[in-house]
Design a binder for this molecule. Sequence first.
Ligand code: SF4
Length: 411
Amino acid sequence: MDECNYAKNDKMLSNGLVSTSSAQETLTRVTEGKSISRREAYELIQSTDDDLILSCARKIRDTNNHNLKIVTYSRKIFVDITNLCRDTCSYCTYKKDPYSEAARMMKPSEVISLAELGKRYGCTEALIVTGERPEQKYGEARDWLKSLGYTSTAEYVGAIGEELMRKTGLLPHTNAGSLTKKEMSLLKESNASLGMMLESSSPRLTDVGMPHHAAPSKNPKVRLRTLEEAGQLKIPFTTGLLLGIGETAEEIIDSLFLIKEINEKYGHIQEVILQNFMPKTGTAMEKSSSIKMDLFLRIVALSRIILRDINIQVPPNLNPHCYGSLLDAGINDWGGISPVTIDHVNPEFPWPPLEGIRSATLQKGFALRARLPVYPEFIFKSDNGFISDTVRGYMEQLSDSGGLVREEVVN
Ligand code: SF4
């Protein structure tokens, strides 16, 4: 049963309510295929017409041809190559100092062993995650990379991605933060897709006392440039928002519109992850509240309404009682779920059993299918410059005629 907490969040609802008739008018036009304007979205995020908004989001999701009656997830291993990071975000527990017992700097042999284990469990994605350019801050990171023959984290990640794909057939998807165009170009050869959360386009969050003040890579200008350059390189790209870290309702809408506008130029944004901030013990934001579920669901629905056919994903481990509500808000993907590794970014939140997700998905009328770390629409794009020849060779061994994972690979 869906036991979502529907307590009302009044903090973000700042500028008065839009009338139901005006919301209805906007949503009718949007359901008929018209784009929503930024002004209309500002109004809707402050409205209380959740039934209308969620219903519109569902209709748009259900008429997107490529995901009709299918909701996806990716069966993955989480390879936390290194949790050293030059930046500091006020909510993060992933980052560790080099002297910490939990500091991680994986050797190639450890990565390959993990990928082999993942293969035995039917995984098809190797999610490769690093902190932001640790070699710029820590001698330990430079020494580790040097001992392996590299001068940067990006170089190592490119090489180990190629090796694990060659040895195990798993497809890498790397999130190493805000990479340069040259680095992304290198990684495209060995990655099915790349990822980097925009988190928020609000420069306010980098001010003194705000969560990204000590994280230069979280400057929205830097992140938006990375999104643009990934588009120029034709890289299927995953991005997303971290919701509830001090941004306003209008800033959430602005972030979504910026993603939409960049995607309209390059057509490379394959999915947008909507991640609800959860306060964590030991961080500067441990006493901050997480976003209330009614507002979160409205944002999920508005993301669908604004982004239309871009895949919308919400991590199920952060929302264990809300699968049905999230499906009702228009998502079509549950993201990476691992039978082998924990969520190293949110270790406090274990992956839920796949069967619970499958059953909630079925109850809403959708089949749950495993996808690759690149979505079918990119596999079949007439302009196939989105996937390197090397990756395509391995991908074809895993995918069926619809571009999803062949059933016998995961079962
Ligand atoms: S959220 Fe990412 S960039 Fe920020 S401190 Fe953690 S690992 Fe570094």
